[in-house]
Ligand binder design. Structure first.
Ligand code: IPE
Ligand code: IPE
Ligand code: MG
Length: 238
């Protein structure tokens, strides 16, 4: 089986999963977070080298105070647990998005995790937190404009690679496979630039139930696809 080098996941459906069990949305997030603890070792076992998950969007602040507070508590906890997960999987962790909106202590925990895990490179794990693709592009354009103003960057020299290098995903390959759980078929402001040629896989399975079997199913489906990148099928040349 051909294993995608970089898998991006939109972890969706925690709330609906909880509702279907007559439980509050926060319970869904607790279970979703437990699943997040398992996904890295699953990816490693399957041979995936880069894994990028969408955990909190720039739009998710619009949710109720109670729900946002619950999520922040879970993220704090998760950052601690992730130190262990990172050591177990020899995994480097990076947070993409704008962490400045978070409380100081959470920002500190993120920094600790990124620094601690920078020694590893067997798996690269990116967590999108307070991430929105349009916001990422906005910040990148601001940085580029500053560099042009200070003379570090010549506008004529701006290539597609230059733009990639100003994004939060600098240095990472583009995703080969995008998975969105729980039935919705939209990007919700995720990695708009990076997903230009990525294969999409949508499943009705909600995030708390997404296990290794489901992960394998997504990869199998990906294996049946023919990737084009704008060209024509190789066989058509001969
Ligand atoms: C995904 O589950 C987790 C976050 C966005 C934090 P949702 O909370 O979006 O669950 P649904 O989509 O409402 O079921
Ligand atoms: C996208 O899911 C964000 C994350 C999974 C973190 P949402 O549930 O917030 O997206 P919409 O509102 O359905 O588009
Ligand atoms: Mg959702």
């Amino acid at each position: 089986m051909r294993i995608p080098n970089h898998v991006a996941i939109i972890l969706d459906g925690n709330g609906r999963w909880a509702k279907s069990k007559g439980m509050p949305r926060t319970y869904g997030h607790i279970k979703g977070c437990e699943n997040l603890e398992k996904i890295c070792s699953m990816a490693k076992e399957l041979g995936v080298k880069y894994l990028t998950v969408y955990a909190f969007s720039t739009e998710n602040w619009k949710r109720s105070r109670e729900e946002v507070d619950g999520l922040m508590k879970l993220f704090r906890n998760y950052m601690k647990k992730c130190l262990k997960i990172s050591a177990e999987n020899k995994m480097r962790v990076r947070v993409i998005g704008d962490p400045r909106a978070f409380d100081e202590d959470l920002q500190q925990k993120i920094k600790e995790l990124e620094e601690f895990s920078s020694q590893f490179d067997e798996l690269h794990f990116q967590i999108a937190l307070n991430y929105g693709s349009r916001d990422e592009i906005r910040r990148a354009v601001q940085d580029m404009a500053r560099d042009v103003k200070s003379g570090v960057l010549n506008p004529e020299d701006i290539t597609e690679e230059t733009i990639s290098d100003y994004l939060d995903t600098k240095g990472l390959p583009d995703p080969d496979l995008l998975i969105r759980t729980s039935g919705e078929e939209r990007l919700s402001n995720y990695l708009l630039w990076q997903l230009a040629y990525t294969e999409f896989y949508f499943t009705d399975v909600p995030w708390p139930d997404f296990d290794k079997e489901e992960f394998v199913k997504a990869i199998e489906k990906y294996n049946g696809r023919e990737r084009r990148f704008g060209g024509v099928k190789e066989e058509e040349h001969v």
